[in-house]
Write a protein that binds this ligand. Structure first.
Ligand code: GLU
Length: 299
């Protein structure tokens, strides 16, 4: 039996905001209550989307909230060799193939129809690499800890991209290789990633990697109903202790935990000690979205 090992894996497209705090806090509490480890992975595989210094700022923000991780930080920009080795393994097994087709060519199809599976259509053009989803044809099924049984038909998933035409690694490959190499047993993250999970399960299967358990969390949305993000100007988390304390309290309430009112001004170590002790996934109401206005409202 594997010991519990969780992780928080932000994309450093900017500093953390309240929405990312929810994922960080829930994954931290779940790991600590289980007596497990909690790792930090900075998912900077897409350099144009990641301003310099954002990964360091994220670490300062986590520290300010008392969310201290175990072991070294894993940076995806340093993982090229591991991703390449995984792609080669898949290619050798006939599970990955180069694909020259452009999205424009398969417009009108729900997913890429797999034209390059046996021979690349236009060998002189740049290629992306895709996973074959037509070989096993088993439905992808797993039990989400909050949302229950999930079932996806491989025909509807299509052949997911592993490496892009511009040479950048795709998120799906990077996350699966890293979760496997880091020995992650539990994935706790936002609901927006639930529909990415079936591709990750297919890839774990193709690579012979262990399958972690999954807990997807209601997504904090702004007044416009959109996920909080840098694009819709979600404010960065503060690092000043006086501002951090009430926000940590609000984040616990947003996760449907019930921290005593008096804890709202308590030091983060005290709030977290209470939260690790009493953390309960059963209290979280399973809903895809959780508007910020409700999340921060006083109970
Ligand atoms: N890097 C992804 C994000 O920030 C999360 C990846 C994951 O938790 O699997 O949205």
């Amino acid at each position: 039996m594997n010991r519990y090992r969780g992780r928080f894996a932000p994309t450093p497209s900017g500093p953390l905001h309240f929405g990312s705090l929810i994922a960080a806090l829930a994954s931290f509490l779940d790991a600590r209550q289980a007596g497990g480890e909690w790792r930090l992975r900075i998912e900077d595989i897409d350099p144009p989307r990641c301003p310099a210094g954002a990964g360091d700022e994220i670490q300062r923000q986590l520290d300010a909230f008392g969310l201290h991780w175990d072991g070294p930080v894993l940076w995806q920009h340093a993982r090229d060799a591991a991703y390449q080795a995984a792609l080669e393994r898949l290619t050798e097994r006939g599970l990955a193939y180069p694909c020259s087709c452009s999205r424009k060519q398969w417009r009108g199809y729900p997913v890429y129809p797999g034209w390059c599976r046996n021979a690349v259509c236009e060998p002189d053009k740049p290629v992306a690499w895709r996973l074959r989803s037509d070989l096993g044809l088993r439905p992808v099924i797993w039990q989400d800890r909050l949302f229950g049984e999930q079932r996806f038909d491989p025909a509807e998933l299509g052949d997911v991209v592993l490496k892009r035409k511009d040479g950048l690694w795709a998120y799906q490959l990077a996350v699966v290789v890293d979760d496997a190499d880091q020995g992650i047993t539990e994935v706790v993250r936002g609901f927006d990633l639930l529909d990415n999970t079936p591709w990750q399960r297919q890839l774990q299967d193709a690579l012979g990697a262990a399958e972690p358990r999954y807990l997807h969390l209601p997504l904090i949305t702004g007044e416009d109903g959109q996920k909080l993000s840098k694009q819709n100007l979600a404010p960065a988390l503060p690092t000043r202790d006086a501002s951090v304390r009430p926000l940590l309290h609000a984040a616990l309430r947003a996760l449907d935990q019930v921290p005593p009112e008096a804890l709202a001004t308590a030091p983060v170590t005290e709030q977290l000690a209470w939260a690790v002790e009493t953390w309960s996934v059963a209290r979280i109401r399973p809903r895809a979205e959780h508007p910020l206005a409700d999340a921060q409202a006083r109970a």
